[in-house]
Structures are given as C-alpha cells and as structure tokens.
Design a protein around this ligand. Structure first.
Ligand SMILES: Cc1ncc(COP(=O)(O)O)c(C=O)c1O
Length: 391
C-alpha cells in the first residue's frame, strides 16, 4: 500500500519538522532538569530556554510582557484556568456555537451548579459570527466573551478585532481560543483588542503534545483556581500572585517547551504567511476537487477567504465514520470523522444527527499528490455508494 497520507492536521500536526525532534532529543539529554529551582548551570540553562520560548510566544502574539505568557499543558488546561478564573456566581458569559468542548464543558459546569449564565451566539450560513449578535447578547453582568478564533470544524476565522472593540467599549474581557489559529494566522492582541489568548503547542505551532498556555494582557487578572510549587518563595503559604507564577503550577513540561521553541523557530524561518498561503492553495485545490464529485456535500467552503486549512464534507448515504474507515483501510489516508468535539457547530450545520462529517486538515508537509490522492479516494467511495444505491 502507498505510504500514509496524513490529513488529520486539525487534530495535531504530523509529522513535525525534523528540527523539533532533534532539539527535543538534544536539549533533554543535555539540560533536562527542573528549571528555576536551583543555581547550578544545567538548571540555569534550562530556565533560559524556558524564558526564550516565553519571549518568542509573546512576540508571536504581539504581547508586551513575556511574564504574562504562562505555560500550561494544552488549550484545555488554559481555557479552564481562564473560564474558572474569570467567572463567578451571578456572572454572564457570551460564547459561540462554534466552540470546542474545552470551552463548552467548563461553561456547562459553571452554568449547571454555580449560577453562571451563558449565551451561545450562532454562526451564519458562511460560518461566521456577527459581532453585532455578540454585542446584542451583552447584559449588565457580562464578564467574559469567549470566541473560537478559527473553527476546528469549518475553518472560518472569526472577526475578533471587531468583537474585541465592542467588548472594550463595555469593559468586558474577551478571550480567544487560538488552538487552531496560532501558527496559521497572525494574532496581534493589541491590534485585535484581545485580552486573553489560549493556545496549544501541538497543532500549527508544530510543537509536541502536552504543552500549551495562555497570554494575559496587563490589567486583566485571572483569579487563582489552583495552587502549588513554583520554585521560589517556598515559605509563603499562598500561591504567588505575580505572573507568570500566578498561572503556573509545579514542574513545567521542559521537553514540550523545547519542542515548541524549535517549532516556533522553524515557523519563523519559513514564514508563517508563506506556509499558510501554501496550505490554503492546497485547501482550495481539495475543495475544488471534492465539489466536482457527485454525492459529496461540503460545508461553508464556498469562499475560502478568512479560513484556515480544514474542511468538512459528507458522502450521501454514508456515515462519516464509515467514510473515514474506508479512507484509512483502502487508501491509507488519515482524517477525522464525527463531531470533532464541537457538537453545537454540527447542530448549526445540520450534521449532528447524521454522525457529523469527515474532516481533512492540511499541514505544512502535505503535497499536491496528497490532495490528488484524497480527491480520487473520495470519488471512488462516492461512486461505490451511488452504484450500491443503483443510481
Ligand atoms: C478549537 C479548539 N479548541 C480547543 C482544542 C483543545 O486542544 P487541546 O486538546 O490541545 O487542549 C482544540 C483541539 O482540537 C480545538 O481545535
């Protein structure tokens, strides 16, 4: 069988650049100790690498203070810190129906027994949320607006700058879930009026799994919802209030931070814009190929302006998990089927009751040949299905 074609980059980027694997191995072998805890050379060297990566990420988001970049384990971890640290009983939050369960579920938890009210603003037929709809949901007690910057289902990039402007006018904190967008599209927290960014390292930032975090703009303070060791001021009975310690707990993922640093350096060297342009050229090609196939339905892909490189589709008469299995078993193509942890997005698309859709996610190492093969494979599956139905 032909070698694996990996089109599941929406779930995680694979493979990573060779530099990521190499730096993780060499750094961890030489310096893999606990940073910020002691004064010996290895410890200082590890600490310096962590601080360099903090500075690189702060620069990527156009933040002003690297200390406000806090490392955690993934977006889910960061989003939980944000949601539980900003909302209290009696508060109201506005979010969208495009959110991932890593936003929906913490909010359901708070709205269930902790007296937080939540509104979910729907997206339009093209897959975008209207900033005026977000503003229309504001109440006197709205404390947080939480927006999925780029949808992991339909790939649309939301107008966060305008939503952020409306939030600023009302003194409401706007946080973005940049899980899919970080590393694919520019994020300038100053120009985009963003207060808090949650990111995960293993998708378009090209790092390994298990590393992520958040950037918190000055003036916004996330309440402490956890406490633990920080390596400094050990006699203090309370967790440190100052950033980054405030939102960091225990031994950091040094290996993950090293890999993320190498991923960031690779991205910067190649140019984020040129990688994204290339991925979008492949996405357009894939979209054009798929929409020629009889019996294939694409969702929100008519105009790929303001999109990242994921797209979803269904084959008439087949559940998406079946299509994914055929792509895997018969064509050695890896993709993701189902609801993509975003059940409300699929409700909005009308695909929740038919087991979701098939998602292809394109990454920096995909080629035109991969796209041709994917289109040919879906065409074969759709033709087989039409024949079975006697069409
Ligand atoms: C939009 C979005 N938010 C949050 C997440 C959660 O990321 P992680 O599993 O790395 O915490 C994902 C991952 O699929 C995502 O696509």
């Amino acid at each position: 069988m032909d070698p694996l074609i990996f089109l599941d980059n929406g779930a995680t980027s694979f493979p990573k650049p060779a530099e990521v694997y190499e730096f993780m191995d060499s750094f961890y072998r030489r310096f893999g100790v606990n940073p910020g805890r002691s004064g010996y050379d290895l410890c200082l060297e590890t600490g310096a690498m962590v601080e360099q990566t903090r500075a690189l990420l702060t620069g990527l988001f156009n933040g002003t203070d690297p200390n406000r970049l806090c490392f955690g384990y993934n977006s889910t971890d960061a989003l939980n810190l944000i949601i539980f640290g900003l909302l209290q009983p009696g508060d109201h939050a506005v979010t969208t129906t495009l959110e991932h369960n890593s936003v929906l579920r913490p909010l359901y938890l708070l709205s269930g027994d902790q007296g937080v009210a939540v509104d979910h603003v729907p997206f339009d037929g093209r897959g975008f949320v209207d900033p005026d709809d977000v503003a229309a949901a504001f109440r006197k007690n709205t404390r947080l607006v939480m927006i999925n910057h780029a949808s992991n289902v339909i790939g649309t990039v939301q107008p966060v700058a305008e939503i952020g402007r409306l939030c600023r006018e009302r003194g409401i904190v706007m946080a973005i879930d940049a899980s899919q967008s970080a590393g694919q599209v520019p994020i300038d927290i100053q120009a985009m009026n963003v207060d808090v960014v949650a990111f995960t390292g293993h998708k378009s930032l090209l790092g390994p799994t298990g590393i992520g975090g958040l950037y918190v703009r000055e003036g916004v303070n996330i309440r402490l919802t956890r406490a633990g060791g920080t390596g400094v001021r050990s006699a203090q009975r309370t967790h440190l209030e100052e950033y980054p310690y405030r939102l960091e707990y225990g031994t950091p993922n040094v290996l993950g931070i090293a890999g993320l640093q190498a991923g960031l350096k690779w991205l910067t060297k190649q140019g984020l814009g040129s990688i994204h342009e290339r991925e979008m050229a492949l996405t357009r090609r894939l979209r054009d190929g798929l929409r020629e196939i009889e019996g294939v339905t694409l969702y929100c892909q008519d105009d790929l302006t303001g999109h990242i490189s994921v797209l979803v589709f269904n084959v008439d008469g087949l559940d998406s998990p079946n299509v994914a299995t055929m792509l895997d078993v018969d064509h050695n193509i890896a993709c993701r089927a189902g609801l993509h942890c975003a059940p409300l997005a699929h409700e909005g698309l009308g695909t929740a009751k038919i087991e979701g859709a098939v998602r292809f996610g394109i990454g920096p190492f995909n080629t035109e040949e991969h796209i041709e093969a994917a289109v040919a494979a879906v065409a074969e599956i759709a033709a087989f299905q039409r024949k079975k139905r006697g069409e």
